[in-house]
Design a protein around this ligand. Structure first.
Ligand SMILES: NC(=O)c1ccc[n+]([C@@H]2O[C@H](COP(=O)([O-])OP(=O)(O)OC[C@H]3O[C@@H](n4cnc5c(N)ncnc54)[C@H](O)[C@@H]3O)[C@@H](O)[C@H]2O)c1
Length: 311
């Protein structure tokens, strides 16, 4: 049986290809866990642009007690970034044409044994497999934004061995990886998020409630509960001492009636405008940077409390 490769952090190089929202956050995380990180981005002047977000994310990780200082190397070419990589985290825009050309370059220059992990949100593993030289080393490793704070990573791999390697790697950097058994569009969490948002848009479009109230209904209602237990466990607890079996017997049919009433909105110009105006009202003049800062502060506080409770 092949041995699962367990990297020693300092001498294990991770390449990040594409250093935007997701790539810079990954870079901060990997480096804060002590890995050497070699970065490449195709945009002119990218080296100046990435300093601030990486520094900010590393500072947030330090607040969480994760303070490794793996080397961050801004590379002059993709080849220089991947040449000695054990892991390549592809984080380029969600375009098959871009990913096709990036995978061709990675295939030409990365070591044959390197894992090639795509951050893709919407492409299936199968749709990417034809773009790489050796699909057995390709995985999808989908983070939740921002990856340096959100523990979830959704992994699809072609073999048990590569899946075990990937799950082990992510656990080693404090993530909570889950493995998809079937290569599904949108992985698990975005399928769930899409189902919820579809209904949220329907509620706004059909006038049941406005954008801010729908957001409040999630954040101060089930969202708060979902940050402690998932939807199945929540109903187990909703079933009293008889748990989920009692819940299904008592209230299962009521769920089916509610499912039958859910909407399936189209994103017409009017609906887009209603959503955009509603969000702008909810933001009340706060910039995206300010909102993201406030979100991150709450995320960090929540992660701290969870960690304290687990000790
Ligand atoms: N933003 C999110 O919430 C989110 C969440 C999870 C996964 N993802 C996935 O992560 C990936 C990256 O998304 P993002 O939001 O960081 O995008 P982004 O636009 O912020 O960053 C993409 C970066 O790739 C660079 N780039 C473009 N072409 C390139 C090329 N040929 N070679 C190297 N770099 C190139 C761009 O200059 C940019 O810096 C996508 O596949 C997306 O689906 C995004």
């Amino acid at each position: 049986m092949m041995k699962i490769h367990e990297p020693a952090k300092g001498d294990y190089t991770i390449a990040i290809i594409g250093c935007g929202v997701i790539g810079t956050s990954w870079a901060a995380l990997f480096s804060s866990y002590g890995y050497t990180v070699r970065l490449w981005d195709a945009a002119p002047g990218w080296q100046q642009r990435v300093d601030a977000p990486i520094a900010a994310a590393k500072s947030q990780l330090r607040d969480l007690g994760i303070s490794g200082d793996g080397r961050l190397v801004y590379c002059p070419t993709l080849e220089a970034a991947v040449a000695e990589a054990g892991w390549v985290q592809e984080s380029t825009p969600e375009s098959l044409d871009v990913k096709r050309s990036v995978f061709a370059d990675i295939g030409a220059h990365a070591p044959r044994a390197a894992i090639i992990a795509s951050s893709t949100s919407s492409f299936t593993w199968t749709s990417l497999a034809g773009l790489v030289l050796d699909p057995s080393r390709l995985i999808t490793a989908h983070p939740f934004n921002p990856p340096h704070l959100m523990p979830l990573v959704e992994v699809y791999a072609a073999t048990d061995l590569v899946a075990a390697q990937a799950l082990g790697f992510f656990r080693g950097i404090g993530r909570r990886p889950i493995r998809l058994r079937i290569d599904a569009t949108g992985h698990v969490a975005n399928r769930l998020a899409s189902a919820l948002w579809r209904e949220a848009v329907h509620i706004v479009a059909s006038g049941i409630a406005d954008v801010a109230d729908v957001d409040a209904a999630v954040v101060d209602g089930p969202g708060l509960r979902w940050s402690t237990v998932g939807p199945h466990m929540a109903y187990h607890l909703g079933g009293g001492p008889g748990g989920i079996r009692n819940y299904l017997q008592h209230l299962g049919d009521s769920q089916v009636r509610r499912w039958a009433d859910l909407g399936s909105p189209t994103l017409s110009d009017d609906v887009r405008e209603a959503i955009a105006k509603g969000v702008e009202r909810e933001a009340a003049g706060r910039s995206v940077d300010v909102l993201a800062h406030d979100r991150d502060a709450l995320l960090i506080a929540t992660l701290r409390v969870r960690e304290a409770l687990q000790q």
